[in-house]
Design a protein around this ligand. Structure first.
Ligand code: SAH
Length: 245
């Protein structure tokens, strides 16, 4: 089942890190745990990147965004603020109460604490932006039907989703001959579980999907969408445009 909930502040480590960095211009470590990988961390200042600091895939998505734009999982509001400055109409949503508060204080004009998959949220958009491995929010491949059905109802005619993702196959490449070791009978290799911690605030474990373009393309066409590969990044990452076929 796709997650439709909001976060409470005491389970919102990324929001706590964003709020701290906004107030003090520095932050502690935002730690990331996964049953599949070693411990890692997210550099909190990168969540406050300016347009110039954004990767080319993100800048391309912002340039392509038109009409009424929805910034899904907007975080510190970096993309929404850039779009606003360019005179575009954007609404930002996030499940994090602390991030939503920071976005208001940073001047994001239209923002709400909303889960993308909450049916009560029934607005329509020309562009739906999902950035920083935006496919993550889909959680697992078996949420694809729910995701595309939801998108069908939220897109205006001729509207599109602009999403970035990456193909995690490089993590399974054998060093010597470049061959791939993937268990085809197991779960899809891009289905990752994560948990984050900031200071003593630990979030619940959540599912985060990295999807290769081929697989995304198959699901898209099954559910009535056309997937166009807009641009590829330097490290198995890419930007895709999904529109109603
Ligand atoms: N887009 C921002 C933040 C990416 S982190 C950036 O590029 O910097 C992912 C964000 O998505 C987090 O802030 C998280 O709280 C939010 N999020 C996760 N699931 C969501 C959902 N179902 N609906 C809305 N926001 C969600």
């Amino acid at each position: 089942m796709i997650n439709t909930a909001l976060l409470p502040a005491d389970k919102d480590p990324m929001g706590a890190a964003i709020a701290d960095y906004f107030k003090r211009h520095k932050a502690d470590r935002l730690r990331v745990f996964s049953s599949q990988f070693d411990e890692d961390e997210i550099p909190v200042e990168e969540l406050f990147r300016t347009e110039k600091q954004m990767p080319l895939l993100e800048r391309t998505a912002l340039q392509m965004a038109t009409g009424r734009i929805l910034d899904v999982g907007a975080g510190s509001g970096c993309h929404s603020l850039t779009l606003q400055e360019a005179g575009k109409e954007v609404h930002a949503i996030d499940i994090s109460p602390l991030s939503v508060e920071v976005m208001k204080q940073r001047g994001v004009r239209s923002v709400s604490q909303t889960n993308l998959f909450n049916e009560q949220f029934a607005d329509e958009y020309d562009t739906i932006l999902m950035l920083m491995n935006g496919s993550g929010i889909i959680g697992k491949l078996n949420n694809m039907p729910d995701f595309f059905q939801r998108m069908k109802r939220m897109l205006r005619p001729k509207g599109c989703i602009l999403m970035d993702s990456s193909d995690l196959r490089y993590l399974f490449e054998e060093e010597e001959d470049g061959s791939i070791v993937i268990d085809l009978a197991g779960d899809y290799y891009g289905e990752i579980d994560f948990q984050m911690q900031y200071k003593d605030i630990k979030g619940d474990t959540f599912d985060w999907l990295y999807v290769d373009f081929q697989t995304l393309n198959l699901y898209a066409s099954e559910y009535g969408f056309k997937a166009e590969l807009v641009k590829e990044g330097k490290h198995y990452d890419y930007l895709v445009k999904l529109s109603l076929a």
